[in-house]
Design a protein around this ligand. Sequence first.
Ligand code: FES
Length: 157
Amino acid sequence: MSDLRSLYQEIIVDHNRRPRNFHDLPDANRSAEGDNPLCGDRLTVFLKVEGGVIRDIGFVGTGCAISTASASLMTESLRGKTEQEAAVLFERFRELVAGSGSPAPGLGKLEALAGVREYPARVKCATLAWHTMRTAINPPGRDLPGAGNSATPGSIQ
Ligand code: FES
């Protein structure tokens, strides 16, 4: 196993064993539930958004090592980002784990999940938290950023 691959595996194991921001957020003004229809695992993502900036983020729920590590890494990546930046990162992450071209550089620790693209059945695991975050930030029917919201449960596509 290459050094890089081994480092990536260590990151995933660490974030699964000690997921960061694994808690609800009493003062969240955005939240959504998501599930992976392939396994039934569910999680909820909470965000506190002020002035279009993600001030705080947390998640709860159950999932496999990949989904838990991905959710944990996502929360670390998104704190302090604007909603627009979160949307861009969502697309770049999806390209990383499910795309066929070269992944965009500069994703930092998120690149630990790059190996998922070799296992199509695990892509939904890696993207579960991300789809849920996107629904929380931009639920169906919401046009403008800034309004408090709590989305209804939904499955990832
Ligand atoms: Fe359920 Fe991965 S097996 S989220």
